[in-house]
Design a protein around this ligand. Structure first.
Ligand SMILES: Cc1cc2nc3c(=O)[nH]c(=O)nc-3n(C[C@H](O)[C@H](O)[C@H](O)COP(=O)(O)O)c2cc1C
Length: 362
């Protein structure tokens, strides 16, 4: 880390680790089981090499693109992550303002410390998606979706990889519970309280019985397009196309659910192939550099979502810290885009990536 402060997302992570209480750090940083997938997510992007092309005019580089029709300043969105008030006093409001200033979409979690309508009222300029956990309580689902519609959210991200939480040992070791004074409105409406609850307890609100048929009914009745988050196989990607999804997000929940599943960088190609251009494909997990975003684009993703690095930014500097993380990723992306020989995200193609190392020659 430079004396002037954190620069890379890794610097922000190191600084956040010094600042956050043990329980919050473990909750944010941790994964399930042996954390095989948590580590693999980060490493997998480095197992691809970029294939830059020379003598391309990159005098003008425009990093902007769209995600489900919404303009974004570069192909990275904020992933839905729970409990931002554990990182900074203003919680998700700080994140929403940072995303608005960075020109990208914030995805508000069902497990946020503010409800969708309230966040929209407080940060009206921020473009936003709402992440929904379909809960066991129809009234809670209705009120969350109504809040998203009323708040002008452009899409719903339905997370389907968490019918129950993965076994996250760091939380067991630290005895993590939602601290006093921190409210998760969706959890409080379903359970009557959220202060002091464990991860197991707050995930108990999620309906573990949702099926593809149930999803098709939701999609049919939904006032907003629904992206499915948490897919890892070509089979499920095909089902998503057939059951009314408007987009898919290749994700293993940042290694927090089923440990030992494929790193998302390796799951992405089969999903892109199965979707075959019918829907936009997004990916998250282990994105730490602008070059990782380029690899994702070359493998066929429309854009990526970024989880933990934004939490590290929030912990280090609230709104400004989250903004600095996003700005850094955008600067890295812009530089590497030009060095790859592309003047826009649309110019990145399958020919710009290959497996790294000797395997490529095999
Ligand atoms: C602390 C934390 C909380 C999360 N909470 C949610 C959540 O409420 N809903 C959800 O769909 N995903 C949640 N995720 C998963 C993220 O949306 C995303 O899939 C993951 O963080 C991406 O990996 P990355 O952190 O390596 O960027 C959470 C992840 C973390 C680290």
């Amino acid at each position: 880390m430079s004396d002037l402060g954190p620069v890379s997302t890794a610097d922000y992570e190191a600084r956040a680790a010094e600042l956050l209480p043990e329980g919050t750090l473990g909750y944010y940083a941790g994964g399930a089981g042996s954390e095989l997938t948590l580590a693999a997510n980060v490493e997998a992007w480095g197992r691809y090499a970029l294939r830059p092309r020379m003598l391309v005019d990159v005098a003008e580089v425009d990093t902007s693109t769209t995600a489900l029709g919404s303009e974004i300043s570069f192909p990275a969105l904020a992933a839905p992550t729970a409990l931002h008030r554990l990182a900074t006093a203003r919680g998700e409001l700080a994140t929403a303002e940072a995303c608005a200033e960075a020109g990208t979409i914030m995805t508000l979690s069902t497990l946020a410390t503010i409800g969708p309508a309230e966040l929209a009222a407080a940060a009206p300029e921020a473009p936003r998606w709402f992440q929904l956990y379909r809960t066991r309580e129809p009234a809670v689902n209705e009120s969350l979706v109504a809040g998203a519609v009323e708040g002008g959210y452009q899409a719903i991200v339905l997370t389907v990889d968490a019918p129950r939480p993965g076994l996250r040992e760091r939380d067991v070791r630290t005895g993590f519970r939602v601290p006093p004074g921190v409210d998760m409105p969706a959890v409080s409406s379903a359970l009557g309280r959220s202060e002091g609850v464990t991860v197991e307890e707050f995930f108990s609100i999620v309906d573990p019985a949702l099926t593809w048929e149930g999803f098709a009914e939701m999609a049919e009745a939904s006032p907003l397009p629904i992206l499915l988050k948490g897919l890892l196989t070509a089979e499920d990607a095909a089902l998503a196309c057939e059951h009314g999804a408007s987009g898919v997000i290749v994700s293993n929940h940042g290694g927090r659910q089923l440990d030992g599943v494929q790193a998302t960088a390796f799951a992405l190609p089969e999903i892109v192939a199965a979707v075959d251009g019918r829907l936009e494909v997004f990916v998250d997990g282990g994105i730490r550099r602008g070059r990782d975003i380029l690899v994702a684009l070359a493998l066929g993703a429309r854009a990526v979502l970024v989880g933990r690095p934004i939490l590290w930014g929030l912990a280090v500097g609230g709104r400004e810290g989250a903004l600095a993380v996003l700005a850094r990723l955008q600067a890295e992306f812009a530089t590497d885009l030009a060095l790859l020989g592309c003047s826009s995200p649309a110019a990145v193609s399958a020919g710009h990536v290959e497996p790294a190392g000797p395997a490529a020659q095999a």
